[in-house]
Write a protein that binds this ligand. Structure first.
Ligand code: ARG
Length: 433
């Protein structure tokens, strides 16, 4: 039986019913939906909009429904379309007329927006915790590798020596920014749409601030049309997820490179690696690759939401029911990725010697050699030229810069003195950065 059947003269076509339904996806909002209804019913009772005893009956029954859902005793029905009407129908089945009064001064339009914001606030907190755990794992690892030197790259070519702590610290900055970004998104999520009605508010003497306080919102959405048609908060959240995934994905790309035989900088723990069904020697960095791949999915979620919203006239349009799959997927995917990635980081082995060995070749102290001449008074551009010639010479001789004798150094510039060896010491340089 449809809650909106009054105006209709025939039953809906069953495939239209199935097509229209969102219960498959939005049933996970049951807790938030009930929470919203509890606050709404309490307010209706307090304001004398419904009898206080009925508000109480609604409260008790909604709690029971919540318990029954959690105990797996409730079957949601497609013909009841969505989580809102499934719960309302259950309520009416259980307490009759009082249940039918719950939807006074409310529309599913402000209801769904409220549910989504409650849900999103919760997920933001979970994501921030996971990001903090990752940042802590990185801090710990960095602490152990303040003296571990490795090549720093530009263009994926060895550039200048750095420490592993500096490299890991760069990612930590990104994850800390992600935590802040989600915090900013939280502020804009933290406003209550309920009370906006379908779009134009309501004529009942409702108390939106009371409901906001009950539900833990810091304020209310002021414009009722905006309250029901805004999905910026979801788009912003998904954008935050996409950015965090991009950071994870870059890091994963490096772990994949670093675990190759060519780099051999790390070894990913067996528990987080997979083998090949044909090549017995293989140990593949599947977790990192999957995170890199799932980044594409989350970008897709962001684009789905942006595209769903781009042509919609105010206010609610059914297109907006399609907001849930991408919104849920973005949060779920990021949470899964953060959890597994943190474990990969915590368990991987750092091959310090290979990192340090890689610093030995590649003339990564060439810039420091140029800076040495600058300090001796030569203009930087001339220094660059001198050192370039020295590098070319060394390549021909198959040696490193610091293998050259002082006489060889001086054949390129009389400004070189004994202290050049200290100035181009890669270890000293890396630990200064
Ligand atoms: N299931 C709907 C959604 O998720 C709830 C809102 C329906 N509103 C309406 N006016 N049909 O968007």
């Amino acid at each position: 039986m449809k809650l909106w059947k009054g105006r209709f003269s025939k039953e809906a076509n069953s495939s239209a019913d199935a097509f229209n339904a969102s219960i498959e996806t939005d049933q996970r909002l049951y807790k938030h939906d009930i929470e919203g209804s509890l606050a709404h019913a309490l307010m209706l009772g307090r304001q004398g909009i419904i009898p206080i005893e009925e508000a109480e009956a609604i409260r008790l029954s909604l709690h029971e429904i919540m318990e029954d859902i959690e105990a797996g005793k409730v079957t949601f029905l497609t013909e009841r379309e969505d989580i809102h009407m499934n719960i309302e129908t259950l309520l009416t089945e259980r307490i009759g007329a009082a249940g039918k009064r719950l939807h006074t001064a409310r529309s599913r339009n402000d209801q769904v927006a409220t549910d989504l914001r409650l849900y999103q606030k919760e997920v933001i907190r979970e994501i921030q915790d996971l990001l903090s755990a990752l940042a802590a794992a990185l801090d710990e690892l960095s602490g152990q590798h303040k003296e571990t030197i490795m090549p720093g790259y530009t263009h994926l070519q060895r550039a200048q020596p750095v420490t592993l702590a500096l490299h890991l610290g760069a990612y930590n900055e990104m994850f800390k920014r992600d935590i802040e970004r989600f915090g900013d998104c939280y502020k804009r999520t933290d406003l209550l749409p309920l009370g906006a009605g379908a779009l134009a508010g309501t004529t009942y003497p409702i108390d939106r601030h009371f409901v906001a306080e009950k539900l833990g919102f810091s304020g209310i959405c002021e414009n009722t049309m905006d309250a029901v048609s805004d999905r910026d908060f979801a788009i912003e959240f998904t954008a935050c997820c996409a950015i965090a995934m991009m950071h994870l994905s870059r890091f994963c790309e490096e772990l994949i490179l670093w675990s190759s035989t060519e780099f051999a900088f790390i070894e990913i723990d067996d528990a987080y690696s997979t083998g090949s069904s044909i090549m017995p020697q293989k140990k593949n960095p599947d977790m990192a690759e999957l995170i890199r791949g799932k980044t594409g999915r989350v970008y897709g979620d962001l684009f789905s939401l942006l595209t769903i919203m781009k042509g919609l006239p105010l206010t609610y349009n059914k297109d907006m029911q399609e907001d849930k799959p991408p919104l849920f997927d973005a949060g779920d995917t990021l949470k899964d990725c953060l959890e597994i990635f943190t474990q990969v980081i915590r368990t991987m082995e750092i091959k310090k010697e290979s990192m340090e060995k890689a610093v030995d070749s590649g003339f990564m102290n060439a810039t420091d050699a140029a800076d040495y001449l600058v300090k001796k008074g030569l203009p930087f551009r001339d220094c660059h030229e001198v050192i370039g010639k020295m590098v070319l010479y060394c390549i021909g001789q198959n040696k490193r810069l610091d293998d050259m004798t002082l006489t060889e150094f001086r054949s390129f510039s009389p400004l070189f003195e004994q202290d050049v060896y200290e100035a181009i010491d890669v270890r000293k340089r890396a630990t200064k950065s």
